[in-house]
Write a protein that binds this ligand. Structure first.
Ligand SMILES: [Zn+2]
Ligand SMILES: [Zn+2]
Length: 523
């Protein structure tokens, strides 16, 4: 570490000629405070057997990683501008996939840009969201093979709907092909475990034109009855498949699926308990009750309408109301961001004076609920269930957007013009010429590697516009402490509260409704 870069004093922001440091302080956020104040209590409750769910190792790693994410005293990269005294400290990120709002937010932004720039053609887009009955949620939450299967059946059903509907309109019967990007979201807006499928479909089909090249034909109109048809077809396909595999048996009286015991809870007892608790509302996840007044849909016995283009049947529900025009850049971005959203956004959490935490909902629930108040330990339990098991992740492409589709290269957006060569003033990092751009381009310039590996977004000096350069990765505790002492920053992470004594869970959840006093759901 060179003395030339060692900071000697905490700079005043924007002081001319002086060094400037920038960092975020995740330890000041509500979520960080709630997690560090309650994590030891959660561990204690689990060890005491108060919780019905032991914590799997990957969940513990996620919680611990989150507490270190972005905290300077856990290490940082030092960035410098060769042309002026500009300096940046950039703390390391946890880069985890469970709930860290900062890491997932960054991932959402990058993936959104990638999908809009390189994958989704300039066609109208429609979001299709399938949720499954409570009985299936526990199983799907931790069985990635089964979840992937359900996802494929669902997407195939919607693709089939587009092909048939446009075929009926004499657009190349049987030869039209839509496309989809599908993401598994694990939780509802109130963080309850609810693994569901969020898809963006091209709202129409590609069919071969006169020259054989794919031409897009938009779906003229979607009705609630269409959505009901798709839901019924998807439900029948999914349940039929799960029945053949022995995953569910049908209860003759209620026609509700009963999930067969396949030994999963013996093999993976921690996961099974965690999922069961988080779905059912038993501690540690906190109770839940939601009113669902059904409106029967004419011509579709058993199907109820809950909102425009939103229907339910036998615990399955399908939502298809969100649409973005081919040239509505803002709506397209919002739609893609929505399916990639992190389970909890930092700004939706509030600390209440009565020791409760509030989750403010982005959109009110159907019953008017605008926020959920719950005890902090219940929030931690929901966060724990929001963490996907290893390797259960990813974006799936289908139809014309599938990697194997012969049309994919013809329908995805054309490559962007070649970016200017990456600046590298000192020649310290290897510099390669940019290869010809293609949508499958795997080349990553060093700035992007920094971005990906260390979440370092800073590449341009905010003062002189010159290129920022990585001076050092400061990881050893001695070096970190030396730097931070110079800056007057804390050299230790904020302390964690000790474990509280039982009773651990207050087991209460309040639902705040518009213009209504809070209602206590259950004790
Ligand atoms: Zn993180
Ligand atoms: Zn500069």
């Amino acid at each position: 570490m060179s003395d030339a870069v060692a900071p000697t004093s905490r700079p005043s922001p924007g002081a001319p000629g002086g060094p400037v440091y920038e960092w975020r302080h995740p330890e000041d956020t509500t979520l960080h405070k709630v997690v560090r104040d309650n994590l030891r209590t959660l561990y204690a409750a689990v060890e005491d057997g108060y919780a019905c769910a032991p914590l799997p190792a990957f969940v513990r790693a996620e919680l611990e990683g989150y507490l270190d994410c972005g905290v300077l005293c856990r290490g940082f990269a030092l960035m410098a501008c060769p042309g002026c005294p500009e300096r940046h400290l950039v703390a390391f990120s946890c880069k985890r996939r469970g709930f860290c709002p900062s890491c997932l937010g960054r991932r959402m932004a990058q993936t959104t840009a990638n999908l809009l720039d390189h994958v989704l053609p300039q066609t109208p887009l429609r979001q299709w969201v399938l949720t499954v009955p409570h009985a299936l949620r526990t199983r799907l939450a931790y069985d990635r093979v089964l979840l992937a299967r359900v996802g494929r059946l669902f997407v195939a059903t919607v693709l089939g709907f587009y092909r048939r509907r446009l075929g009926d309109l004499r657009v190349h019967p049987g030869r039209g092909q839509s496309g989809a990007v599908t993401v598994v979201q694990r939780t509802s807006a109130d963080l309850k475990l609810n693994p569901h499928l969020d898809s963006v479909f091209l709202d129409g089909v590609y069919a071969p034109g006169a020259d054989g090249k794919p031409v897009f034909h938009a779906l003229p109109r979607l009705s609630t009855s269409d959505v009901a048809d798709v839901l019924q077809a998807a439900r029948a396909r999914i349940l039929g498949d799960l029945r053949r595999r022995g995953v569910v048996v049908m209860d003759d009286d209620s026609e509700n699926p009963l999930v067969e015991d396949d030994g999963f809870s013996d093999r993976e007892s921690a996961l099974a308990h965690l999922a069961a608790a988080a779905v059912s509302g038993a501690p540690p996840a906190g109770p839940e009750r939601r009113s669902r007044p059904p409106i029967p849909l004419r011509g579709h016995p058993g199907v109820a309408v809950t909102a425009p283009l939103t229907v339910t049947e036998m615990g399955f529900s399908l939502h298809a109301a969100t649409h973005a025009g081919a040239h509505d850049a803002r709506a397209r971005e919002a739609l893609v961001k929505y399916i990639l959203r992190p389970p909890i956004a930092q700004e939706r959490l509030r600390l209440l004076p009565d020791d409760l935490v509030r989750i403010v909902l982005r959109r009110p629930f159907r019953d008017g609920t605008t926020a959920i108040d719950l005890d902090p330990l219940s929030l931690l339990s929901r966060l724990a269930a929001a963490v996907p098991p290893p390797r259960q992740h990813g974006i799936r492409y289908a139809g014309v957007l599938a990697a194997a589709s012969k049309w994919r290269a013809q329908v995805v957006p054309p490559p962007l013009p070649s970016p200017a060569a990456e600046p590298d003033p000192q020649g310290e990092l290897p510099q390669r010429p940019s290869p010809p751009p293609t949508w499958r381009c795997r080349y990553r310039p060093w700035a992007e590697l920094l971005r990906r590996a260390f979440a370092i977004d800073v590449t341009t000096c905010p003062r002189c516009g010159g290129p920022l350069r990585l001076l050092a990765l400061v990881k050893d505790p001695g070096g970190v402490a030396r730097y931070l002492r110079h800056l007057g920053e804390p050299t230790e992470p904020p302390p964690r509260s000790p474990a509280r004594a039982p009773p651990y869970w207050k087991s209460r959840a309040f639902r705040r409704r518009v213009a209504e006093p809070p209602s206590l759901l259950e004790e």
